[in-house]
Design a protein around this ligand. Structure first.
Ligand code: FAD
Length: 856
């Protein structure tokens, strides 16, 4: 065993071996994988080996597609078969809602280059005759599904990595991790210590314990999972003989069941409601190649549905039941990337579908380690997406909820109840008393909308407009015409201070920093010129700046800030989290209201649009920004939690004469739509350049040499390929939710049609053109569903909804830049729940396009 290497990968499951292979392929040969026992000694060996591309997050779906493509490559390099069976598979919908869900998934596939197809239950039965098709209303066929040999695949990765120079050390447990002052690691193992620049936690069932070695509690938990194998079945043999084909895989939403052919019989697995965590606090180090005791009673309700839906299987004898543990994060997606607060400590764990995702995880992580960037939009699996609130007990509750709903529909207006309330502000009880429907915003209870008095404050979940539609409309109208108040504690808030604070921010941000007492809006981009943040920044004092940003991106942004912090201590950064909370008042009467609560002049001239002041509001020390996301006259008021009740109550009392209303996050988002304002993580993501994102006026190329300036200058000089636009949609009773395809009449050359998923180190073809999207884009017209007569898919929706004040259904999304200013009627359609609705680009914001109201 070497004593010094560039990187140590801990864990020889499918994920560790994939990471090792991808690091070696990227050119790092001085790397070592250390495995406690033999390869596949965690969950990898007893997996059912199924793989598929579908994922709720289109970017993760893309990485799953990459994983499936990879198997041929590792088989060739390693000479080891993965026993790949690319059978294809169907997802079965038993209700119209589940069919809507499939329509949405199918529609997304149009611009992701996926070749799915909506089919009838009878067509599905022809490929899997063991089902009773009368239980279903429809299905979606996906040709890129199948199964493989889990151990063979793990070994194929490991052999391929070894061929590229990587070292694998078996039967050697990592027992401790210590860090040197220079950030390098001592990996203490049973066989001695290895010194490494980088450490990767691929510990699978023990990932949590490895995290604890460096003081981190990762939000990951193992769950018991069962699947059964039947005796050989004559029906299966007969099908194989008569068609010359293997039976396909089937996913049954109702029963939370997956099933497929295994040899001459059937494999059937369940995600049962009465699910059971395994080793909820500590994973025993001596757990080896063992299985857990099956518990048929626990899966009996799922089996009952399964046998009803697939009566052919009920008749077969059960040969074996496998019960094994494997790990999940709160939302079922992996935890990948560098851990905030640590240097060169990387994670690739909580990979619950190692055989669908392992390849993509390995590629993204190795890109990140070798090139400083994952090369894909990996937010959906970034380890930074959960905060400190996701501790052991929270994780336990959420993972159980997620497991039991593995194949359930999550409606766009659905808030899940487990582990809530976690964090609350001092106004929580008041908001409940006001009949607020609360939502979870990065672990914090936040008012979404207010139900009318006497009505139960509860969402009726739906893909269509629901019971919040009327009340949100009221909140918006009252705010736009009078004044409204909302809680904004869920924004991210930071303070950057110190003598070099301004230089630091000028280096990170694309806009100029404001003068003292003023505010700017500014994107942040990476060295590849892609959007990685969007902030409101106020200069609070000579060496002190206040920053507000997206709540969910707090760890993501802190990781970036810390990476670029000068080492000499000349800049300090503080994340407030819930030690600073806020209220926002907006609407034409908001100034009159605030004036009643402050003892300073806040007239238009004294307190201008985009001014920042520290002032007492209702006697409480506050910071006040004259800006709001409603795009109306308004203020954001920030205070210590101890003052929040006082300030809120005084706002309510003072507001009575102006007809003040409470409004929630959904009304706020509706109001930002009619102003064409983008949101972080929807419109603005690291796959887009700042000019593509239509953030032009915030990019000051001439100001100084900020990170990404060169790439942004190139984007501007060449012209963006895509452009964020806003649409007015002729919707019926359902508005866009995000991720819908945008169709256009094919009378022009539209350029790219596939969503770019690659970012980071850009890739170029022989002629020097940047390659966007996957290779499937090259043959886009051949991909089913992208072209329809004169129409073709040219873009995708990022978000939208109903803009209540202007009474229009609106959508934002990306289209080829050449089309971005074309407001012609009849040019665009947006596909909502399987129906293509006429849509029209709307260059000017429909509400107050000149911005006069917010400047008044
Ligand atoms: C019953 C069942 C069915 C499944 N079906 C499927 C399926 O159909 N499709 C699919 O994609 N996935 C399936 N899975 C999930 C799949 O098994 C996991 O996604 C995958 O195994 C995760 O791999 P991993 O490498 O992250 O973790 P693991 O396989 O757990 O590997 C972690 C490795 O790290 C080693 N290790 C841990 N700590 C240390 C240490 N301190 N020092 C050295 N080594 C250490 C362990 O010994 C182990 O070998 C199934 C799982 C189960 C249980």
């Amino acid at each position: 065993m070497k004593s010094h290497v560039k990187a140590v990968v801990i864990g020889g499951g499918v994920v560790g071996c994939s990471v090792l292979y991808h690091l070696a392929k990227a050119g790092w040969s001085d790397i070592m994988l250390i495995e406690r026992s033999e390869l596949t000694s965690g969950s990898s060996w007893h997996a059912a080996g199924g793989f598929h591309t579908l994922n709720g997050d289109p970017n993760v779906a893309k990485l799953q597609a990459y994983t499936v493509q990879l198997y041929k490559e590792i088989e060739e390099i390693s000479g080891q078969s993965c026993s790949l069976h690319l059978t294809g598979g169907v997802m079965m919908a038993d209700t119209p809602e589940r069919m809507d869900f499939l329509r949405l998934a199918h529609a997304k596939g149009r611009y992701l280059g996926m070749d799915t197809e909506l089919i009838t239950p009878s067509e599905a039965k022809a490929m899997f005759p063991l089902m009773d098709e009368t239980n279903f209303v429809g299905a979606m066929w996906d040709p890129v599904e199948g199964h493989l040999d889990p151990s063979g695949t793990t070994i194929a990765y490991s052999k391929a990595a070894k061929k590229l120079g990587a070292e694998i050390v078996l039967r050697n447990r990592v027992v401790e991790l210590t860090q040197e002052v220079d950030g390098t690691w001592n990996v203490v193992t049973e066989q001695g210590t290895v010194h490494a620049e980088h450490v990767v936690n691929c510990g699978g069932l023990w990932a949590r314990e490895i995290g604890r070695m460096v003081g981190v509690e990762l939000p990951v938990l193992a769950m018991e999972h069962m699947y059964l194998l039947t005796e050989p079945m004559p029906e299966v043999e007969e099908f194989n003989k008569s068609t010359g084909r293997e039976m396909i895989g089937v996913l049954d939403f109702k029963g939370e069941i997956y099933t497929r052919q295994e040899r001459n019989g059937i494999l059937l697995g369940t995600y049962e409601k009465a699910c059971k965590p395994w080793s909820p606090v500590n994973t025993p180090w001596d757990f080896g190649h063992e299985l857990l005791q099956p518990d048929l009673d626990r899966i009996a309700p799922s089996l009952e549905i399964g046998f009803k839906h697939f009566p052919g299987i009920e008749k077969a004898g059960i040969k074996q039941i496998i019960n094994g543990p494997f790990t999940f994060a709160l939302d079922g997606n992996p935890l990948v990337g560098p851990v905030q607060g640590l240097t060169n400590f990387w994670c690739a764990c909580a990979v619950m579908a190692g055989f669908s995702q392992g390849g993509g995880v390995g590629l993204a992580l190795s890109n990140w380690m070798v090139h400083g960037d994952p090369g894909f939009d990996v937010w959906g699996m970034d380890v930074a997406r959960f905060g400190e609130w996701a501790g052991l007990r929270y994780t336990n509750a959420k993972v159980r909820e997620n497991y039991s709903r593995r194949f359930s529909i999550r409606f766009p207006n659905e808030e899940l109840p487990a582990a809530r309330p976690a964090q609350t502000t001092p106004l929580y009880d008041t908001m409940l008393a006001n009949n607020a429907v609360m939502g979870d915003s990065w672990g914090l209870e936040t008012p979404l909308w207010f139900a009318p008095k006497g009505k139960e404050p509860k969402d009726i979940v739906s893909f269509h407009r629901s019971n919040d539609f009327g009340p949100i409309g009221e909140e918006v109208r009252a705010t736009r015409e009078r004044v409204g108040v909302t809680e904004i504690a869920n924004f991210a808030k930071y303070e950057v201070s110190g003598p070099a604070a301004e230089d630091f921010l000028n280096r990170l941000m694309t806009n100029r920093m404001p003068k003292t007492g003023r505010i700017v809006l500014t994107p942040m981009i990476n060295e590849f010129g892609k959007l990685i943040g969007d902030f409101t920044i106020a200069k609070a004092g000579e060496d002190r700046f206040m920053i507000w940003g997206s709540s969910a991106a707090q760890k993501y942004h802190m990781r970036w800030f810390e990476k670029h912090l000068p080492k000499d201590g000349s800049v300090r950064i503080h994340r407030f989290d819930q030690t600073l909370v806020g209220l926002s008042i907006a609407g034409p009467k908001s100034r009159d209201l605030l004036q009643k609560l402050v003892d300073v002049d806040i007239s238009t001239k004294a307190f201008r649009f985009m001014d920042f002041r520290e002032m007492a509001v209702a006697g409480a020390p506050c910071m006040v920004n004259r800006i709001t996301y409603t795009g109306d006259l308004g203020y954001e008021i920030w205070m210590a939690p101890a003052y929040q009740r006082l300030v809120y109550q005084q706002i309510k009392d003072a507001g009575e004469e102006f007809g003040l209303v409470d409004f929630g996050m959904r009304a706020l988002l509706s109001m930002r739509l009619e102003k064409n304002f983008p949101t972080w993580f929807r419109e603005l993501r690291p796959i887009y350049g700042p000019f593509e994102g239509a953030m032009d006026r915030f990019i000051k190329l001439e100001k100084n040499d900020f990170i990404g300036r060169e790439a942004a200058a190139k984007e501007q000089a060449e012209g963006p390929k895509l452009r964020r636009v806003s649409f007015i949609v002729d919707a019926a009773d359902a508005d866009v939710m995000g991720d819908e395809p945008i169709w256009a009449k094919a009378s022009k050359d539209y350029g790219t049609v596939e969503k770019p998923h690659g970012y980071g180190a850009p890739r170029f073809d022989d002629s020097g053109e940047e390659i966007r999207g996957s290779k499937a884009a090259e043959g886009a017209s051949a991909v089913r569903g992208i072209v329809d007569g004169d129409w073709r898919v040219v873009g995708w929706v990022t978000s939208g909804g109903y803009a209540h004040y202007v009474q229009k259904s609106m959508a934002q999304g990306y289209v080829p830049a050449a089309l971005a200013e074309d407001e012609s009627a009849g040019l665009f359609e947006i596909e909502i729940l399987g129906h293509r609705r006429p849509a029209r680009i709307n260059v000017e914001a429909p509400f107050d396009p000149s911005g006069e109201k917010m400047r008044t």
